[in-house]
Design a protein around this ligand. Sequence first.
Ligand SMILES: NC(=O)c1ccc[n+]([C@@H]2O[C@H](COP(=O)([O-])OP(=O)(O)OC[C@H]3O[C@@H](n4cnc5c(N)ncnc54)[C@H](OP(=O)(O)O)[C@@H]3O)[C@@H](O)[C@H]2O)c1
Length: 333
Amino acid sequence: MTTSMNAIIATGYGSADVYEYRSVVKPIPEPNEILVKIHATSVTKAHTMMRTGYPLIGRLVMGLFKPKNPISGTDFAGEIVAIGKDVKKFSVGEKVFGSTDEDGGTYAEYVKVNQNGVILSMPDNLNYVQATAVIDGASTALPFLQELGKISEGSSILINGASGSIGTAAVQLAKYFRAEVTGVCSTSNVEMVKCKGADHVIDYTKEDFTQNGKKYDIIFDTVGKSSFNAVKDVLSENGVYMSPVLGLRLMTDMIKTSRSEGKRAIFSATGLRKVTDKLIDFYFLRELLENGELSPVIDRIYQLPQLSEAHRYVEKGHKKGNVVIDITGEAND
Ligand SMILES: NC(=O)c1ccc[n+]([C@@H]2O[C@H](COP(=O)([O-])OP(=O)(O)OC[C@H]3O[C@@H](n4cnc5c(N)ncnc54)[C@H](OP(=O)(O)O)[C@@H]3O)[C@@H](O)[C@H]2O)c1
């Protein structure tokens, strides 16, 4: 059995050039761990921020002066190749997908995952690239919509950044919850956002959604380009402005409105929720994927040695849906 593997290493925070493609020691699973041969992983906007170490608050989780784990990456879809002696829930040969979150380790050929972590068998109808592509966006969008936004049948929701990773998932999930969905995106993404189920699409290069007289129960600004102040007049009476992008402005608005009976601003770091809560969401998302009620949008696919290039592309902020790394070269078959 080979004891080494190829991986991308970052020994400090920095630009996309910080990454080095190297041979490293292959992980050995502990008694309650699973060794996954990773076929595909993703590169998300959040990963580019983890790489730079900004905003600084993220370093409390990622490592103060350098990343705790020199192998970054959080999402994986792959095959179980070994299990520890106490693993009862999984077996060798099973196809699985999941997330290692702040533990990282997926920019590599193998990763070890605790059997009680965020890992579950893959949807039958997806290949490895498709399975990994859906993880970040859908698992972020779902708790925002369900727990924080309390979305329900007939809610009117506006999703800003509807063409991104979180946005494309949010549009589909909001439709699943029978909300009336308005997606906001640029001209080249209008058709795609409509295809994903949005009832109305606003091209932000032509129209300002705060000026057309419509009101919304939920404004989910997936890309943090707006603000509570800018949209509060187009929120309905008890409407919420939610964003996964934390800045000083949103933090202040959240504190100011936290006791309000009326309009509120909300942020959450969904990746830091309890594993049990995340797993409930993943099982639910898997069902939607298998029923065809949720499907990934894939923009570009790179190979592992091209990780820096993938990060440079994602960092520009214009990707359509998701960017995936095909580690085996066969993950999209
Ligand atoms: N809080 C959490 O737990 C959490 C978890 C995951 C991610 N995040 C954060 O959430 C943010 C979004 O992540 P993501 O992966 O969904 O982003 P993304 O996929 O990189 O979003 C890019 C999309 O946004 C569109 N866009 C750019 N400027 C826009 C504007 N002014 N108005 C509307 N759309 C615009 C882009 O298309 P055009 O340029 O063509 O418009 C592109 O399709 C990131 O900042 C990430 O760090 C937070």
